[in-house]
Structures are given as structure tokens and as C-alpha cells.
Design a binder for this molecule. Structure first.
Ligand code: NAD
Length: 258
């Protein structure tokens, strides 16, 4: 049986790694991407390969369109196919809009939004040829609602949901689905950075800062583990999810129920 292949951007850490592990466990070959040291990359590749699939790594910087195109080419050259695209790489910067650094705005928009356009554009012809494909965009509750201090992030995530819907409509009868996953708080380095900043600013422990940060927005006062996001991604790739397209999959501890 032919093994399907998945490209997961930003998969050396956090949610992307959770998704890569879950897809590897479900039998997909994996192209990893993101920043990490050489020994870390080697450990990740060997960990995923132990699932009996082929795992490879590409260091493309997702803020650079030419590198993104090379990443997609490297994936199709390596696996001779690309069935699943997970646009996950993302960064954050927190500051009020009137003092938000312009370079941070540019890089958040490039990595969290434009990168998904460039990957999708390059990947769609391969999916169209196969008559099957899954595009999964890791958005956020911040693709649906705002929080103070996150102008670039909220703008990018709202944009990513818009892109998801267009890709879903354009490919509705091509065997290709496009969906957004919208997590609330997930315990990853990106969030632990915000927890540390809050702890330092308020002179409290990181555990207390984490409890405050999660509790302010989520009725459910606990983080979602990256493995749960991975399990949701695997479901979206299944045949049972074949008519789920253009959707925003909330996995947010009740955040948007309020
Ligand atoms: P993380 O910091 O743990 O991981 C981010 C990944 O992206 C890493 O692999 C990193 O190397 C990679 N990356 C960053 N810049 C890159 C670049 N220029 N080129 C290539 N790779 C790059 O963060 P995370 O929390 O796992 O976030 C992953 C995604 O999930 C992001 O899109 C984020 O917005 C989204 N998200 C996170 C949460 C949360 O609570 N953690 C909630 C909602 C959405």
C-alpha cells in the first residue's frame, strides 16, 4: 500500500511536533521543518522513524517565500507525493498597537499568514493530480476573537481562517479539504514564554502566572496537550472527515462558548 506523506511546518516543537508525532503514528511519512540544533533534529527524526515511517527534515525559514518553495519541492522530491499540508509555524509578540514594533508586525504576518499561502499554492497542484489532499491550518481562537496586545497575531490568524475558507471552496469537488484548527491555551514554548513574562512582571511564580493566564480566558482552567491537537489533525485526515471543509475546529477549553 502506498504511504501518504505529510509536510508539517514548525514541527520541531510544541503543537507542530504533536501533530507530526500523531501523523507518524497513523502511518504518514513526515517532512519536519522548524528551528532546532542538529542533535535535536537527529533525535526527532529517529523518534518519528521508530513508528515505521520515513521522516526527513528541511530547515526552510517560513518567512522566506523562495525557501518555502524549496521546502515543498524537497518534500515531493523525497516522497514523490504530498498528501497532507499542515501550516503550523508561528511566532508571537505582545505589545499594545501604538508601540508595536514594525519589524515584529512584518515577521508575524509573514510566518503566521503569508507562509500558508506560499505552501498551499505550491502544494495544491500535487494534491489535484492525486485527487486527494488535506490542508490543515493551525489558527487559534485568536482567528475568531481578539485579545489586547496581539494586533499582528490576531490579524494573521483571522486572515488564516479566511484563506482556509477560500481554499476549501475552490477545491470542494477536487477531493481536497481545508480546515483550520483553533486551539485555546496549549502548553508549548510559545506560551511558556508569555507565562515567564507575566510571572516576572507581576512578581509571582510561573505556576501562578500560568493559572492566571489560562483562567482569564478559558472556563476550563487547564492547557490542551499538543498530542490532542495531533489527534484532531489525524481525524481531519481520515476518510470520515471527508466532508469537513472550510471549518474552524475549536479545541479551546470553552473559550469561545462565552
Ligand atoms: P512553538 O514556539 O512551540 O513552536 C513553533 C514552531 O515554529 C517551532 O518548531 C519553531 O522552530 C517554528 N518556527 C518559528 N519561526 C519559524 C520560521 N521562520 N521558519 C520555520 N519555522 C519556524 O509554538 P506553538 O505554541 O507550538 O505554536 C505552533 C502554532 O500553534 C502557531 O501557529 C501558534 O500560533 C499556534 N497556536 C498556539 C497556541 C498555544 O497556546 N500554544 C494556541 C493557539 C494557536
Amino acid at each position: 500500500m502506498i504511504r501518504r506523506a505529510a509536510l508539517v511546518t514548525g514541527s520541531t516543537s510544541g503543537i507542530g511536533l504533536g501533530i507530526a508525532k500523531a501523523l507518524a503514528g497513523a502511518g504518514y511519512d513526515i517532512m519536519l521543518n522548524g528551528f532546532a540544533t542538529a542533535p535535536q533534529i537527529q533525535a526527532l527524526v529517529s523518534d518519528l522513524s521508530s513508528c515505521g515511517i520515513r521522516a526527513e527534515y528541511n530547515a526552510a525559514d517560513m518567512s522566506k517565500p523562495a525557501e518555502i518553495r524549496s521546502l515543498v519541492k524537497a518534500t515531493t522530491d523525497t516522497f514523490e507525493r504530498i498528501d497532507v499540508l499542515v501550516n503550523n509555524a508561528g511566532i508571537q509578540h505582545v505589545a499594545r498597537t501604538d508601540v508595536f514594533p514594525e519589524d515584529k508586525w512584518d515577521s508575524i504576518l509573514a510566518i503566521n499568514l503569508s507562509a500558508a499561502f506560499h505552501t498551499t499554492k505550491a502544494v495544491l497542484p500535487h494534491m489535484e493530480k492525486e485527487g486527494w489532499g488535506r490542508v490543515i491550518n493551525v489558527a487559534s481562537v485568536h482567528g475568531r476573537v481578539a485579545s489586547e496586545g496581539k494586533c499582528a497575531y490576531v490579524a494573521a490568524k483571522h486572515g488564516l481562517i479566511g484563506l482556509t475558507k477560500v481554499v476549501a471552496l475552490e477545491n470542494a469537488n477536487a477531493g481536497i479539504t481545508a480546515n483550520a484548527i483553533c486551539p485555546g491555551w496549549v502548553e508549548t514554548p510559545l506560551v511558556l514564554q508569555q507565562v515567564a513574562a507575566r510571572a516576572a512582571a507581576a512578581g509571582i511564580s510561573e505556576a501562578e502566572a500560568a493559572e492566571r493566564i489560562v483562567g482569564e480566558k478559558q472556563p476550563m482552567k487547564r492547557f490542551t496537550p499538543p498530542s490532542s491537537i495531533g489527534a484532531l489533525a489525524v481525524f481531519l485526515c481520515s476518510d470520515a472527515a471527508g466532508t469537513i471543509t472550510g471549518s474552524e475546529q475549536l479545541i479551546d477549553g470553552g473559550w469561545l462558548a462565552q
